[in-house]
Design a protein around this ligand. Structure first.
Ligand code: NAD
Length: 289
């Protein structure tokens, strides 16, 4: 560190709360060091009320940019000079790039999800995708899949507060990507869920179900829906292989874990900051094993 930090070292960061558990500082600092880029990355505990101060600091300290996590992802939107298409549609930002005081907001979660599928040999273009969830991760995945040419998206969510958000996503996708057929259904309607999965190429879980401490749970109760030609992906990365993925793998499906989405959303942000590819294989080896 003594040799690495100089008077010219550029600063990047993560804002949100809590941030103490975040793996981002380790991942980005490792990558900067590996590529000999003169940047340092720190996590800053920032509440929603402190967002205006944090944005001012990004400009004052001429930071190259910042990642944004909960609960600040929607709040930062109003301070951006420009938004990526997905960030505009979703109304949330997880990556801010500072070009000489001009702030552009991006959301890389959905891009990371699609890129990870591609790395696994799965394309979303022309596909029908059933996605369980209507929260932050699910919305990012749904919008990016639509932007990247998915033919049809069937969203399932329980009738909680997120159902309304799902209705808004359906409305947004219909308006912004009219070529994509999109519908929202109740996750408790098992018959409809099974029917939509039967005509889908890809099934995605982007709910909290299956995440620690509920790792023994899966939204898919009837495992007969898992066919060999169905790709089954999870946004949940803790545990790496969820119960849903274990059941799908046992039935012969190709499975895709949420860890890859996490890795690639970070790699996409790294590229936006530096214009360079993150050393993904090494980062995977160091932090995602
Ligand atoms: P969120 O709070 O925004 O959304 C929660 C979602 O879970 C909603 O759709 C809600 O209806 C659903 N849900 C909650 N309890 C449920 C239950 N008992 N049964 C069915 N559905 C239920 O959360 P989020 O930020 O979208 O995160 C969702 C998951 O995705 C988390 O496990 C998170 O760690 C993961 N995630 C992964 C990445 C990645 O890069 N892999 C990125 C973001 C989030």
């Amino acid at each position: 560190m003594k040799r690495r930090i100089s008077g010219r070292t550029g600063l990047l960061g993560l804002i949100g709360t809590p941030v103490g558990h975040s793996g981002s500082p380790a991942m980005y600092n490792y990558s900067f060091q590996r590529l000999q880029l003169d940047y340092a990355y720190l996590a800053f505990d920032i509440t929603v009320e402190k967002v205006p101060d944090a944005i001012a600091a990004i400009k004052t300290f001429k930071m190259r940019g910042s990642n944004v996590t909960m609960p600040c992802k929607s709040e930062v939107v109003k301070y951006m000079d420009e938004l990526s298409p997905a960030a505009r549609i979703i109304g949330a930002v997880n990556t801010i790039v500072n070009d000489d005081g001009k702030l552009t907001g991006h959301i890389t979660d959905g891009i990371g999800f699609v890129r990870n599928l591609k790395e696994e040999g799965v394309e979303v273009k022309g596909k029908k995708i059933t996605i369980m969830g209507a929260g932050g991760a699910a919305t990012a995945i749904q919008v990016q899949c639509a932007l990247d040419g998915a033919r049809e998206i069937s969203i399932f969510n329980m009738k909680d507060a997120f159902y309304e958000k799902g209705l808004k996503t359906v409305e947004n996708i219909k308006k912004e990507v009219p070529g994509c057929v999109v519908n929202l259904y109740d996750l408790d309607d098992t018959e409809k869920l099974n029917a939509e999965i039967a005509s889908s190429d890809i099934l995605v879980n982007a709910t909290l179900v299956g995440m620690r401490p509920n790792e023994d749970k899966s939204n898919i109760k009837e495992t007969s829906v898992f066919r060999k030609d169905l790709v089954v992906a999870d946004a949940v990365y803790n545990p790496k292989k969820t119960k849903m993925l274990e059941d799908a793998e046992a039935a012969g499906c190709k499975i895709v874990s949420g860890t890859g989405m996490l890795l690639w959303q970070g790699a996409e942000a790294f590229k936006l900051y530096t214009g360079l590819e993150m050393p993904v294989e090494e980062v995977k080896e160091q932090f995602f094993k």
